[in-house]
Ligand binder design. Structure first.
Ligand code: URP
Ligand code: ZN
Ligand code: ZN
Ligand code: ZN
Length: 489
């Protein structure tokens, strides 16, 4: 719409700089960012941001809205999920399209329908769960026609989503040739199945059995394997939901050696620990069941340190919500508890409170890890992830002095539970602007189903350049000994 908004007197924070400036918005786009922009006329809505931070809206790289999973469907769809996101200062997310019987086109069609009531902008990753010539062909169509530039491979969930190493290799190769980014859920699914049987044999059927059956070494193993296969194919790799020191250290090692590996911690892994799984109340313990599991005390702190030092790069949520009646499916067997936790509404507040307030990251780093880095990785920067002239007006105003209390009583998710129940902290998103419309203000949401747009993501030019250069270097290295041999002869 044609709304004109002037945000005055705040500190505008981009990943590259924080400055005192006003922001002028017209028709959903940022038109000017500079100090002392005059109020043009009466039709300009002026928002006073004195003492507050004006930042790009959050971009969540990892969500599962309206996903059919483990015999049920996640309870937040593209409308309730977007309500939660916008109330929490997130203005875009990238969801995972799950193919229908391995068919990508059918999967995309179904997700387009799910997203018909979207209230904010969104993009798609595509999961690859089967392999054949048709899938390879469809991947190309997804990249060239449908604006998808990332594909996810589940190394866990044996019997449903899990891929073999053979499929992963084919997929990595195809991603490389398309200039698309390969993503992995890194856990050894065969070993997890073995670990689960071990727990059942020991009579451990409660939520704690979930964590015990899939320890950090299985995440470390799969992370290392995926990293090495990506190196063998010579293509970048994105590791989703890094939950353990074991996985993080494999990423650190690969980065030290110059490999392009991106690590994504999620909010639950950064701030929660596995003691929740021991709660004698099943409705409480089962809330915390997700994969890879929330780990012992110590992993979260190490992941936070890795985020502040750049080993890990951007924060997701893996928002995958169920209510307590869905979680109860697994009350006699942890293997039946639908896996997933909330976070889409809480991410921006928890990262601010636990990392900026404590000085672990700067305000510019905050913008980088919650928004800009995601936009850059998925090739939508600076349209998203920045407050620059020409950027989409996806903007939040955060008041560092206001405190919050989280929980199901106040959240906008459809779930009746929240893993951050009772969590208190400082820093409140008071205003959310989605493509130039004020959608969250004074604790009130004003959102319109169907107003969210699909954001197309282009493949990666630099990957093509990298392939050409490195393949040429490889061929040259093969020729070299032959030439030496000739010279000797
Ligand atoms: O437990 C989780 N993480 N549920 C969502 C699916 C996935 O593995 O990302
Ligand atoms: Zn098509
Ligand atoms: Zn996963
Ligand atoms: Zn996920």
């Amino acid at each position: 719409d044609g709304a004109r908004i002037l945000i005055k007197g705040g500190t505008v924070v981009n990943a590259h700089r924080a400055e005192e400036a006003d922001v002028y918005i017209e028709d959903g786009v940022v038109v000017a960012v500079r100090p002392n922009i005059p109020v043009g006329d009466d039709n300009v809505r002026v928002i006073d941001a004195t003492g507050k931070y004006v930042m790009p809206g959050g971009i969540d790289p990892h969500t599962h809205l309206a996903m059919e999973f483990m015999g049920t469907v996640t309870i937040d769809d593209f409308f309730s999920g977007h309500a939660a996101a916008l109330a929490g200062g997130t203005t875009m997310h990238i969801d995972f399209v799950i193919p229908v019987n391995g068919n990508l086109t059918a999967g995309l069609e179904s997700y387009k329908q799910k997203a018909a009531n979207a209230a904010m902008d969104y993009g798609f990753h595509m999961a690859i769960t089967k392999w054949n010539d048709e899938v390879a062909r469809e991947m190309e169509v997804m990249v060239k026609e449908h604006g998808i530039n990332s594909f996810k491979f589940f190394m866990a969930y044996k019997g449903s989503l899990m891929v073999t190493d053979d499929l992963l290799l084919q997929g990595l190769q195809k991603c490389k040739s398309l200039g698309a980014l390969a993503m992995v859920h890194a856990e050894n699914g065969d070993a997890v199945a073995e670990g689960q049987q071990r727990m059942i044999d020991l009579g451990i059927t409660g939520p704690e059995g979930h964590a015990l059956s899939r320890p950090p070494i299985l995440e470390g193993e799969a992370t290392a394997r995926a990293i090495r296969l990506a190196k063998f194919i010579n293509t970048p790799l994105y590791v989703v939901h890094v939950m353990s020191i074991d996985a993080m250290e494999e990423i650190a090692k690969a980065k030290r050696e110059g490999q392009r590996v991106i690590g994504e911690p999620v909010v639950s892994g950064l701030v929660l620990d596995d003691s929740w799984l021991l709660d004698p109340d099943f409705t409480i313990a089962s809330k915390y069941v997700m994969s890879p599991p929330i780990r012992e005390v110590g992993h979260g702190k190490a992941l936070q340190a890795a985020l502040s030092s750049g080993i890990l790069q951007l924060v997701g949520t893996d928002h995958c919500t169920f209510n307590s009646t869905q979680k109860v499916f697994g009350s006699d067997d942890f293997r039946k508890i639908p896996n997933g936790v909330n976070g889409l509404e809480e991410r921006m507040h928890i990262i601010w409170d636990s990392m900026v307030e404590s000085g672990k990251i700067s305000i510019t780093d905050y913008v980088r890890v919650t928004s800009t880095e995601c936009a850059k990785i998925f090739n939508i920067y600076p349209r998203k992830g920045a407050i620059l002239e020409g950027s989409d007006a996806d903007i939040i105003i955060l008041n560092p002095e206001r405190s919050f209390v989280m929980g199901a009583h106040a959240h906008h998710s459809r779930s009746n539970t929240n893993v951050y129940e009772g969590r208190k902290g400082k820093g409140m998103v008071e205003v959310t602007i989605s493509r130039g419309r004020v959608v969250w203000e004074d604790g009130i949401l004003n959102i319109a189903p169907g107003s969210g747009r699909y954001v197309r993501m282009q493949p990666f030019g630099y990957v093509f350049d990298g392939i050409e250069k490195s393949d040429a270097a490889y061929r040259a290295s093969l020729r070299a000994p032959v030439q030496r041999g000739k010279a000797v002869a």
